[in-house]
Unconditional design. Structure first.
Length: 68
């Protein structure tokens, strides 16, 4: 996992993506298309399941720090 990626940075790219219901890991990657490669690398580590809120992403990425 990219050591310098934070939850804050990930959240900046995923703001509003849950507004229309559950989304897949692929949808999260599409939403983060403009993110640094390191952010996308972290999101690629997520299990292939449906997410209904950002909190579920954090449950699957417990090692990602909140901020620097």
């Amino acid at each position: 996992m990219a050591d310098d990626v934070t939850r804050t940075e990930i959240a900046d790219h995923l703001t509003g993506v849950f507004a229309n219901g559950a989304i897949s890991r692929s949808d999260l990657l599409i939403a983060a298309a403009g993110a640094r490669p390191e952010v996308r690398e972290v999101l690629e580590q997520l299990p292939d399941r449906r997410y209904t809120e950002l909190r579920q992403v954090w449950q699957d990425l417990p090692a990602v720090p909140i901020g620097l």
